[in-house]
Design a protein around this ligand. Structure first.
Ligand code: UDP
Length: 163
């Protein structure tokens, strides 16, 4: 009965996770971190963003000083995106990845993914939606409920990083 009550009070959520270009180079280790924590991945794909797609995905940051560096980085190689379904998926995944800056992460969250594998504040290996509303938008971006999906890695034709 307690189990049932707990199940009913659990809030199942979805979030968008991403392994960024530097993370793809450490794919086995990052996937291991994901599975070690018991996250359930319900959809997953690899793709490349061209600059226009990257602008759209990160449009909320377009006026930030780091925007160009971010766009250069995220278009520099293939990325892997996935849907996580979990209790409090948004917060749990954000906690697993840790703070934006890996050097800060190494101080305040040393077991987080960014602390262990991040290079610097731009090349921080993983992404996670920052709210339930962002998760809906970002999942729709990569896994649209209607219309075409972004092309895959090597055959899409608009990817420069894999040619
Ligand atoms: N970023 C950067 N310089 C900064 C802050 C952020 O290059 O000073 C990059 C980094 O890759 C980060 C992304 O921009 O993951 C989005 O920034 P945000 O503040 O939303 O951090 P996040 O939610 O990813 O932790």
């Amino acid at each position: 009965e307690e189990y049932t009550r707990r199940k009913l009070s659990e809030k199942k959520e979805k979030t968008l996770g991403m392994i960024k270009p530097d993370g793809v180079e450490k794919l086995g280790q990052i996937l291991d971190e994901i599975y070690k924590r018991g996250f359930l991945l319900t959809r997953l794909r690899m793709c490349c963003l061209d600059r226009n797609q990257a602008f759209r995905f990160y449009e909320e940051h377009r006026d930030k000083p780091f925007f160009n560096a971010l766009i250069d980085y995220i278009t520099s190689g293939p990325i892997i995106v996935f849907e996580i379904v979990n209790t409090n998926a948004v917060d749990n995944w954000r906690e697993a990845i840790g703070p934006t800056d890996p050097s800060r992460a190494r101080t305040v969250a040393p077991t987080s993914i960014r602390a262990q594998y991040g290079i610097d504040v731009t090349r921080n290996v993983v992404h996670g939606s920052d709210s339930a509303a962002s998760a809906v938008r970002e999942l729709e971006f990569f896994f649209p409920s209607s219309g075409p999906m972004l092309p895959n890695t090597s055959k899409g034709g608009n990817c420069t990083c894999c040619l």
